[in-house]
Design a binder for this molecule. Structure first.
Ligand code: UDX
Length: 483
């Protein structure tokens, strides 16, 4: 490839996302960052997801991002954006189904580049759950960088997976204790990732192992975290014990919109949707820092028993709340919530059963706490809003994340679980009051606010994540020039 041609044209990257919201949201955001650094980004995901992105975020996308939908071989309507833990299993299948069309598209991009103003892709950036893209990168002799949407502390476990499999620790037995990973305190089996548990579906175990083992082959791992948040874990990731192939580690987060990180005033016109307006108007009418926001991300749905305990706990706490309530199929608000709950809490509670604008809710001055499943995006968004967390992990790496929140960062409380693994209403009532009104809650809020300021600093010129981003851009474009 002629270097003159490379220099005359904007560098081009191919981005491949895993088809669930928790992975797509930061992937699109990072594509925007790359586009503003001068890259052309060809962004690919399952076609039904791409259709949703066009509809919901089309206007916010940098024009240098080209969206391409890959056939996912799933009947229209089965892939539901924001409902049902089952859709996670479906997403695993879709992720694998995308491979042939992805290969064909990359091939086409390379061939067409001879007659087009868009140069051939200089690298593939792909989610850690689509490791087959490594084979395609190898075939076309371009580097593959991994996009990692979970924290660095989770990645320390994942890069150590070959040893854990060798030692027979993974798949994890329910009674496993004191699991040692270099550079971190020992873990109990229950804190290990859900996808590694013996009790999880075998399909999920196998999918995870297959994808995670191949991280060691990549040209670098881009992590949505920052050094000032997870310094110890990031240092551990650079040790021989965890990372024997010395795969470059790029912590360049938090990957979030700049208006949000800068705490700029909300532009209502950018969010004209009806649910968003309803939430904002309701929050406007509440006292500062008085509202508990309750949401469990885009995949997890707590059991009906857990939902009932949350309702009783919120009822007894007397606190205001905004609850994104997705019920398991077959349950209804009228029949499955505790009797009288809706009428008793009507004046201080807002329940939303669809997708809600989480960033706007968290950054609203009335929001004082977040009951969360501890998905990594939710944790980053909460911290970057200075809002403390009430942790109720559900699956994936969320148990591990909740420990980071409560014990290391000390920006949240972990809800203890009783019988049937359910956090009970008394526990919830006390924790909600403590978080919103108590001394401990105030101290956690102070720490969250300090991290919020740190987050804004690290992505600004000269900050650690900004410097890492520059290092990645340099690495990616240098490799390109040499090919
Ligand atoms: C999952 C994992 O749990 C997470 O740890 C992993 O890193 C990515 O995949 P999810 O369970 O959906 O993601 O949780 P989370 O990481 O919190 O991501 C959810 C995203 O959807 C957040 O960006 C959140 O702001 C957004 N969201 C969710 C909304 O905007 N509105 C909603 O109603 C629900």
């Amino acid at each position: 490839m002629a270097c003159e041609q490379v220099q005359a044209q904007a560098p081009h990257v191919v981005f491949l996302a895993f088809p669930t919201q928790g992975h797509i949201i930061p992937a699109i955001q990072f594509s925007n960052t790359l586009a503003s650094e001068g890259f052309i980004v060809t962004f690919m995901c399952a076609e039904q997801r791409i259709a949703k992105i066009r509809k919901s975020q089309g206007a916010e996308l940098n024009p240098s991002i080209r969206l391409i939908g890959l056939p996912d071989n799933v009947p229209l309507g089965e892939l539901r954006i924001d409902e049902g833990a089952d859709s996670f299993l479906l997403s695993l299948r879709i992720a694998d189904n995308m491979a042939p069309a992805f290969e064909q598209t990359v091939n086409g991009l390379i061939k067409d580049s001879k007659e087009s103003h868009v140069p051939p892709p200089l690298c593939i950036i792909s989610d850690f759950f689509v490791s087959w893209s490594q084979d395609i990168a190898n075939k076309f002799q371009i580097p593959r960088y991994v996009f990692y949407t979970s924290p660095a502390s989770h990645l320390t476990l994942v890069l150590y997976l070959p040893r854990l499999l060798e030692q027979g620790i993974v798949p994890v037995a329910p009674d496993a204790r004191g699991i040692v990973i270099p550079g971190r305190p020992p873990l109990d089996g229950s804190e290990m990732p859900w996808d590694w548990q013996q009790s999880s579906p075998k399909e999920v175990n196998e999918f995870s192992f297959r994808n995670q083992l191949r991280l060691h082959e990549s040209s670098g791992i881009l992590i949505n975290t920052f050094y000032e948040l997870e310094g110890e874990a990031i240092d551990a990731l650079r040790t021989e014990a965890i990372n024997p192939n010395k795969v470059p580690i790029y912590p360049l987060g938090p990957i979030l919109p700049s208006w949000f990180l800068k705490g700029e005033p909300i532009n209502d016109e950018a969010f004209p949707d009806q649910t968003g307006n309803e939430c904002m108007q309701w929050l406007d009418a509440q006292a500062p820092s008085s509202v508990l926001y309750v949401s469990f991300g885009s995949v997890a749905i707590p059991t009906i028993r857990q939902i009932q305990e949350i309702a009783r706990g919120l009822d007894a706490s007397q606190q205001a709340f905004l609850w994104i309530l997705r019920l398991p199929p077959s349950a209804t608000e009228a029949t499955d919530l505790p009797e009288g709950f809706l009428s008793r809490t009507h004046s201080r509670g807002l329940i939303i059963s669809t997708w809600a604008p989480q960033l706007l809710i968290l950054s609203h001055p009335s929001t004082g706490g977040f009951m969360s499943h501890c998905g990594w995006n939710s944790i980053l968004e909460s911290i970057c809003s200075g809002v403390p967390i009430l942790a109720l992990p559900q699956f994936a790496e969320q148990f591990l994340n909740s420990r980071l929140v409560a014990e290391q960062l000390r920006v949240g409380l972990k809800l203890q679980r009783g019988t049937d693994d359910v956090a009970e209403s008394d526990e919830i009532e006390i924790a909600v009051r403590e978080l919103i009104q108590g001394e401990e809650g105030r101290a956690m809020k102070k720490r969250a606010r300090a991290l919020k300021e740190e987050a804004a600093r690290v992505v600004a010129e000269g900050g650690s994540s900004h410097t890492t981003l520059n290092a990645f851009v340099q690495a990616a474009t240098t490799t390109h020039a040499q090919t």
